[in-house]
Write a protein that binds this ligand. Structure first.
Ligand code: AHG
Ligand code: MN
Ligand code: MN
Length: 333
């Protein structure tokens, strides 16, 4: 047995709270435990995906016009159910639902807003490649003059997030989160069903040797991006780069977080405003990246400064080690 003390994600969150907010009520950790419960429910389905009738499409398209997989539906329901019962979640918003869902109208009870991508990388499910869940937690404005519009509760810039994270259902299942005091990673021990600390205080290397992009779109990237990629390939930077692209943002970002380098989804012919979604993909990933000493931009602005206009709005996303992100921004200017 390992000599490191067993520290579950639940204990970790409570300890962090005691350290940074000694007077906190503990309801925030109660909320996060809803996410970890949903994550365990999803992971058990993912692990048995080829054995139960869960592979394949659900026969419908979502608000983005994308094919919905059965696991997208299951993961969405698991999160809505686990979070909806917590009592302190006011509003939930999901990639899979056109509009935000109000759970608690009373502002003195429902203090939090949770936005999520229940299953990220769903095109990879049927081929047994890593998928994940991404979440972003915001505080509901307690005194915004009695507005009844839940969309207003949701549409806050990323720098207002109080916590964010993801689970990645990979060769092991990991949960990575930040509550604004660094980034911490936990690995699910399936034998006891608990997420145990495995990666405390993650920092992204200041530079790295991997770039991650869907290069099939490269001909339609704006010029600065093409110059940047050519420069990485040329060896002119003094580094030899490798390329890796999984096609699940969670998995591509997880590798970037641990190994450094850069992930980019630039504007393309098909998606001139970028493909990835601001509220439940770019914002939580950007918060994690910055908390780990990395950077995240849309090519001109810090992701966390973007003032959102729509729940499902898209953005270009460039995220990774400070050095590679700065190099790209230099070429774009
Ligand atoms: P989702 O499965 O939640 O719709 O997200 C898919 C996203 C993201 O995970 C990934 O980075 C990107 O789509 C891949 O897009 P391409 O297939 O266009 O490269
Ligand atoms: Mn996604
Ligand atoms: Mn998704």
């Amino acid at each position: 047995m390992s000599t490191t003390p067993l520290l579950t994600v639940q204990q970790h969150i409570l300890e962090e709270q005691r350290r940074h907010y000694p007077h906190a009520s503990g309801e925030f950790s109660w909320l996060l435990s809803g996410i970890t419960l949903a994550a365990k429910m999803v992971e058990s389905r993912v692990r048995r995906a080829g054995l139960s009738d869960i592979l394949g499409t659900a026969g419908q398209t979502n608000i983005q016009g994308e094919t919905v997989q059965k696991l997208d539906v299951y993961a969405n329901q698991a999160l809505l159910y686990c979070l909806g019962k917590r009592g302190n979640v006011a509003v939930m918003a999901s990639e899979e639902d056109a509009e935000p869902i109000v759970v608690e109208r009373d502002r003195s009870h429902g203090r939090y807003v949770v936005v999520f991508d229940p299953l990220d990388g769903s095109s990879n499910i049927d081929v047994n490649v890593s998928v994940g869940t991404i979440f972003s937690i915001l505080r509901r404005d307690p005194d915004d003059g009695g507005t009844r519009d839940p969309l207003k509760d949701v549409l806050q810039p990323g720098h207002k997030q109080v916590a964010a994270g993801y689970t990645v259902y990979g060769s092991s299942t990991m949960l990575v989160y930040t509550a604004g005091h660094g980034v911490h990673g936990f690995t699910l021990d399936p034998s006891i069903g608990a997420f145990l600390i495995s990666h405390p205080d993650i920092t992204m290397p200041p530079s790295g040797s991997i770039y991650s992009v869907n290069e099939a779109n490269a001909d339609s990237f704006p010029e600065g991006y093409r110059d940047f990629l050519a420069r990485l390939r040329s060896g002119g930077t003094g580094r030899v780069y490798s390329s890796r692209y999984i096609g699940s943002l969670v998995a591509d970002f997880h590798r970037t977080l641990l190994k450094g380098g850069i992930f980019l989804y630039p504007p393309t012919r098909q998606h001139p405003g970028g493909k990835l979604r601001l509220m439940y993909e770019a914002n939580p990933i950007a918060f994690l990246a910055e908390q780990a000493q990395g950077k995240a931009t849309d090519g001109t602005r810090r992701i966390l400064d973007i003032v959102p206009e729509g729940l499902h709005q898209r953005t270009p996303l460039i995220v990774g080690s400070a050095e590679e992100v700065e190099m790209l921004l230099g070429l774009m200017r």
